[in-house]
Design a protein around this ligand. Structure first.
Ligand code: AMP
Ligand code: MG
Length: 317
């Protein structure tokens, strides 16, 4: 018989990026100095969420991202954080032929996704674009960290910023090895849980609020989920519209109810979950397999489609 190893766990929850973020760090009989180091690292980890949100949000007219929308046609030097987020989003856009496209900002605004989550006030960042702008209208200069918008357009980094924040927070916590970050259901899990085993993650059933559709075990991995149940604008519930648009039609996508991706980084898991969601089962699972990540897609008819990797495949047979 093996006795459960009782560990001290430091847990703290704070509101960041419009969601609750919980960080837990497993202790290993730490002394006073180690405990205060751990608390300081957790505070630095939370600070990253605030800093990355400040750069990347389109809901604050003063954010770096929003200010960019007013400077069409000129190269604008931006922070390393914003540059990295845009560069990554454009790479995913390129790879998915624009199914994933960070220039969907105005189209999201037009569909009612224009309210600041704290105040509930509508935000209008920049004059309406022609509607035909896409990711090819954004140019990057990696040497100067400069971004040029070739046409009026509004970037939206909602599918990558949270992942980037989770990864940056995870780097602060890496010295402690065993830790978990949960940002509204998007996760990074380092090392082992307090029992010394891989972390156990329940995957939410997309249609039953309190049920799980699967449960997996991971270590040193991010787990991110895109679901059509996540953000629905009041009044739009009946027509099935939600927060992920197919840029090719300008409408909410209907091919998936939820997509969960397990990857080495949260930015990759976050973006690939959104991209696979737009692409639907066949192309979406192929995209995940090309990246060598694990994923599970549940369709609105509750069919399961999983990658061949080890994490979900066994459940599928
Ligand atoms: P997630 O909840 O991670 O799937 O991210 C969804 C968010 O990504 C939305 O709230 C939008 O901010 C943004 N988004 C919606 N549709 C797209 C798309 N086709 N390509 C890229 N980002 C999108
Ligand atoms: Mg995502």
């Amino acid at each position: 018989m093996r006795g459960a190893v009782s560990q001290d766990v430091y847990v703290r929850t704070v509101e960041r990026m419009g969601t609750l973020v919980t960080i837990q760090v497993v202790g290993h009989g730490a002394n006073v100095k180690e405990i205060s180091d751990r608390q300081a690292a957790v505070e630095r980890a939370f600070d990253w969420f605030g800093r990355i949100e400040e750069c990347c949000t389109r809901f604050d007219p003063a954010s770096e991202l929003s200010r960019l929308a007013h400077r069409v046609g000129e190269p604008v030097p931006v922070s390393a954080i914003l540059f990295q987020a845009i560069q990554f989003a454009l790479a995913v856009a390129e790879e998915t032929g624009g199914a994933f496209d960070p220039t969907v900002g105005h189209r999201l605004e037009a569909r009612g996704f224009n309210r600041e989550y704290r105040s509930g006030q509508p935000v209008r960042v920049a004059p309406e674009s022609s509607g035909t702008a896409n990711y090819r209208d954004v140019r990057l200069d990696p040497e100067r960290h400069a971004v040029t918008l070739l046409r009026p357009l509004l970037l939206d980094l909602g599918a990558v910023a949270k992942g980037l924040a989770i990864d940056t927070a995870a780097r602060e916590l890496a010295p402690f090895r065993d830790f978990g970050i949960d940002a509204g259901g998007d996760l990074y899990l380092g090392g082992s849980n307090p029992d010394g085993a891989p972390w156990s993650v329940g995957i939410r059933h997309p249609r039953l609020d309190d049920a799980l559709i699967d449960s997996i075990r991971v270590s040193d991995r991010a787990v991110c989920t895109s679901g059509d149940y996540e953000r629905v604008v009041a009044g739009n519930e009946k027509d099935g519209s939600h927060h992920i648009l197919d840029p090719r039609s300008g409408r909410s996508t209907a091919g998936a109810a939820s997509v969960t991706v397990v990857a080495p980084t949260a930015m990759l898991a976050d973006a690939l979950a959104t991209a696979a969601f737009v692409l639907g089962p066949a192309e979406g699972i192929a995209l995940l397999e090309r990246h060598g990540v694990d994923g599970l897609m549940v369709t609105p008819a509750l069919e399961r489609h999983a990658t061949r990797g080890p994490i979900f495949a066994e459940n599928d047979r």
